[in-house]
Write a protein that binds this ligand. Structure first.
Ligand code: NAP
Length: 340
């Protein structure tokens, strides 16, 4: 195991922002992870687990602890009684896994094409897009306890998946480091075109194939979201607020065109991008090099020299306005390191 010192974290995040980690190591197996966790405990340094860095904002001052980058690879397929299970290491690139499953004719992840990040990060916030979420296909999540190094498999129900959240975001769940995830996919699935963007993409009577669904999602995303190779971003910066029907009705009295989607529990999810655009008029607005992306203002972009401080200032402004003007509590979707 090699522990490096004073490693800049900006290059490990897709925001390209952040100071240095006091200690940094990369682990490619469970046993390397165990060694890293034991080293952190022995040295009494705080610990941060890093995946693809695509949903992370690191403080400009960096992190005075040990950052463990998860690089555990490996993808295995198993077929049993018509069911196909794929097990993937936590460090596997999410979109490469989706591409591989689509190539093999397996349905279940195609609408999650083009999402940056790793397999291990996907269950933590229950990534979702265009009517699919990982909770729909996860069979189990394998994880190592940070203190005891016990390895445990969490069945789907134990992951407590909800809209963009899971057990792994709770205090008890944060004690675990995800090492592998198993998904069950369907060789005989059918396209989910419930979202308008996908309905608009295909002629209404056309039944797209699995690979056409993936292509459509990749194309739609390329049109709407910034190119990660060109600008810094961590994707959607805030989560969409979820409110009661009564609260939504009160908001619609003020803004009759405000959209809302009913959730399984009958609460209403409001697309916060609409509020940023139509209520706060912040689309394309910037502070220094940090901007609300013109085509999708929920996405915060760094056009070069932006800092975590710039982002925090913009985010505080938005949260205060959401609270004061609309009575909405808005949460950050991105994970932070070294930032309260
Ligand atoms: P969009 O398609 O413009 O939709 C905007 C909002 O309306 C989203 O909150 C979406 O809910 C909701 N919505 C639209 N059609 C819906 C339907 N038929 N039923 C229920 N809700 C509906 O969204 P976008 O900003 O361009 O993003 C595209 C997709 O990528 C969305 O599904 C978005 O959630 C997803 N995405 C996910 C992450 C993540 O997992 N961290 C990050 C960025 C984008 P949902 O949010 O529930 O889809």
């Amino acid at each position: 195991m090699r522990i490096q010192e004073d490693i800049s974290l900006a290059e490990y995040t897709t925001f390209y922002i952040g100071g240095a980690a006091r200690y940094f190591t990369t682990v490619a197996s469970q046993s390397q992870l165990k060694n890293a966790l034991e080293w952190g405990t022995a040295e009494s340094v705080p610990l941060f687990i890093l995946g693809g860095g695509s949903n992370l904002l690191v403080s400009d001052d960096g992190y005075a602890g040990l950052v463990v980058k998860i690089d555990i690879g490996g993808v295995e397929y198993e077929t049993d009684a018509g069911e196909v299970m794929v097990k993937a290491g936590a460090g596997v690139n999410w979109d490469r896994l989706v591409q591989d499953t689509v190539r093999r004719g397996l349905w279940g992840m195609e609408n999650l094409s083009g999402i940056p990040g790793t397999v291990g990060a996907a269950p933590i916030q229950n990534i979702g897009a265009y009517g699919q979420e990982v909770a729909d296909t996860v069979r189990w999540v394998e994880a190592m306890h940070k203190e005891t190094q016990e390895v445990k498999r969490f069945a789907n129900e134990e992951c407590e998946f909800e809209y963009r959240s899971s057990f792994f975001q709770t205090d008890a769940g944060a004690e675990w480091v995800i090492t592998r995830v198993a998904f069950v996919l369907d060789p005989a699935g059918s396209p989910n075109r419930s979202y308008t963007d996908l309905q608009d993409y295909f002629a209404s009577e056309y039944e797209p194939s699995l690979s056409e669904m993936r292509e459509a999602v990749v194309d739609i995303r390329a049109d709407k979201f910034p190119d990660l190779d060109a600008v810094g971003t961590a994707g959607s910066f805030f989560t969409n607020p979820i409110v009661s029907k009564e609260k939504f009705a009160a908001l619609q009295d003020m803004y009759p065109k405000m959209p809302g989607w009913e959730m399984k529990d009958r609460q209403i999810k409001i697309p916060f991008a609409w509020i940023l655009d139509h209520v706060f008029d912040l689309k394309g607005e910037c502070r220094n090099d940090i901007c609300f992306f013109q085509k999708q203002p929920l996405v915060v972009v760094n056009y070069g020299e932006g800092t975590a401080e710039d982002i925090q200032a913009l985010a505080s402004h938005v949260r205060a306005r959401a609270n004061d003007e609309l009575g909405l509590a808005v949460e950050r979707e991105v994970t932070t390191l070294g930032i309260e």
